[in-house]
Design a protein around this ligand. Structure first.
Ligand SMILES: Cc1cc2nc3c(=O)[nH]c(=O)nc-3n(C[C@H](O)[C@H](O)[C@H](O)COP(=O)(O)OP(=O)(O)OC[C@H]3O[C@@H](n4cnc5c(N)ncnc54)[C@H](O)[C@@H]3O)c2cc1C
Length: 397
């Protein structure tokens, strides 16, 4: 194979509708899971097992897994397009998206044995890797202050602590877990001494791991996870002990690009619903969309979504080229999170009283799209990253 040159690393991106066939295939699959399916699940906080199964069988959730491990080996942008189309079709990408970005940590930092053991089964759907345990109740956004401890004891680690808001843990076979292996007082940098483990949930439940669902505003499979001297085999440590924070940071850029693009999908769904309603609803002898007071906010949403879309594409192109993309991934996620919620909120206003009727699915998307400004990272944390790392301003915390 020829060596990679600087020219190969030039980021490129398509300006038109990229991956049109992939988009069409996702839309076709999603048509089988209309609004009533999602509304039905919400009533009992149930997991969309059939939908996730269909996505897996179609190969969509294994899009980023290299072909040698049974996936499609597609670029990050293709995965982003899949998530965007799922949401733009009214379905819920977040119920399966984690597999796409969590798997990257295993792919980039796992050893050959771990990769051949897990990746083919993840690609086939035999194993679900949908849970990512980072957030803790007492440390929140301050990830490096997390309290969950993993102590090496012979051939295993003993894990004790608690995670909160761990999505889909009750519907996942594996969890990527970050825990402290060296006490914070003994490291030079707070980012040192954290390690990443692949925890087998099936083997751990009732043996030092307990998962409790959290009742939440959206159907997201939210849970809190308790660890009490859980034994995790040492062979399940990903990469080197103490370097885990760097490994997850890598994956977080991918996560922000994917989540940003999925937010654009939600925004597009809401805008399409609002435009179609504004074209038809007649009040005062004219369609409401004829009024600039209704039309302009919709036009503004379109503008914001186009901007967010372009930023997501740019971040994905940089990521694919192996270039530094931290700032772009953060900006993409920030603008997309705001564009999505604005579109959802504008759709609520456009539909008037009917927006409160669950059958329109707009209130569901309004609730769902609110999350992007808080998770996986809240807006203030992005702004502080930009202030500090892009603008060179003083660190505030
Ligand atoms: C539905 C849902 C699903 C989630 N799924 C997962 C998951 O699968 N895995 C996982 O690990 N986590 C998950 N999370 C957690 C999510 O990533 C966190 O909620 C988020 O990172 C914010 O952390 P926090 O809630 O502890 O807020 P806090 O850190 O307590 O912050 C609260 C508010 O204060 C602001 N703030 C805090 N410090 C500062 C400062 N220094 N300057 C300015 N503003 C500040 C924050 O921006 C935020 O707005 C999920 C959360 C939700 C709601």
């Amino acid at each position: 194979m020829n060596a990679i040159t600087d020219t190969d690393l030039q980021p490129t991106m398509t300006l038109g509708l990229d991956f049109p066939e992939l988009r069409e295939a996702v839309r076709r699959l999603c048509a089988g899971f209309p609004g009533p399916y999602w509304r039905g699940l919400e009533k009992t906080a149930a997991y969309p097992t059939e939908f996730i199964q269909a996505l897996t069988e179609a190969g969509f959730l294994g899009a980023l897994i290299p072909e040698e491990y049974g996936g499609s080996g597609l670029p990050l942008r293709a995965a982003a397009v899949i998530l965007e189309e799922i949401n733009a079709s009214g379905c819920v990408a977040s119920q399966g998206h984690a597999q796409m970005y969590i798997m990257g940590t295993l792919l980039r930092h796992g050893n050959p044995e771990q990769k051949s053991r897990y990746l083919p089964k993840i690609a086939s759907g035999e194993l679900r890797l949908q849970a990512f345990g980072v957030t803790e109740p007492t440390s929140g956004s301050d990830t490096t202050s997390l309290k969950t401890r993993a102590t090496r004891v012979g051939d295993h680690y003993e894990v004790t602590g608690q995670k909160v808001w761990t999505s889909r843990a009750l519907h996942s076979d594996l969890m990527l877990l970050i825990a402290r292996t060296t006490p914070i007082a003994e490291v030079t940098r707070k980012t040192d001494g954290l390690s990443v483990f692949l925890v087998d949930i099936r083997e751990s439940l009732g043996r030092g791991m307990e998962i409790r669902p959290i009742e939440a505003m959206i159907n997201h499979g939210a849970t809190e996870v308790f660890f009490d001297k859980l034994h995790v085999p040492a062979e399940n440590l990903i990469g080197e002990e103490g370097k885990g924070f760097r490994y997850i940071l890598d994956g977080m850029n991918a996560e922000r690009i994917l989540v940003g693009t999925e937010a654009v999908g939600d925004g597009r769904y809401c805008l399409a619903r609002a435009v179609s309603y504004a074209r038809e609803r007649t009040v005062f002898g004219r369609t409401i969309g004829k009024n600039q007071g209704v039309q302009f906010p919709l036009a503004r949403c379109h503008v914001d979504l186009e901007v967010a879309d372009m930023m997501c594409r740019r971040a994905a192109a940089l990521f694919e080229a192996g270039a530094e993309c931290g700032a772009d991934a953060n900006i993409a996620k920030l603008v997309a999170s705001e564009a999505a919620f604005k579109a959802a909120d504008t759709a609520m206003q456009t539909l008037g009283g009917f927006s409160f009727a669950t059958e329109y699915d707009v209130e569901r998307k309004w609730r769902e799209s609110r999350l992007y400004q808080i998770a996986p990272i809240s807006t203030n944390m992005i702004l502080s990253y930009i202030g500090q790392h892009v603008l060179g301003l003083e660190r505030s915390f």
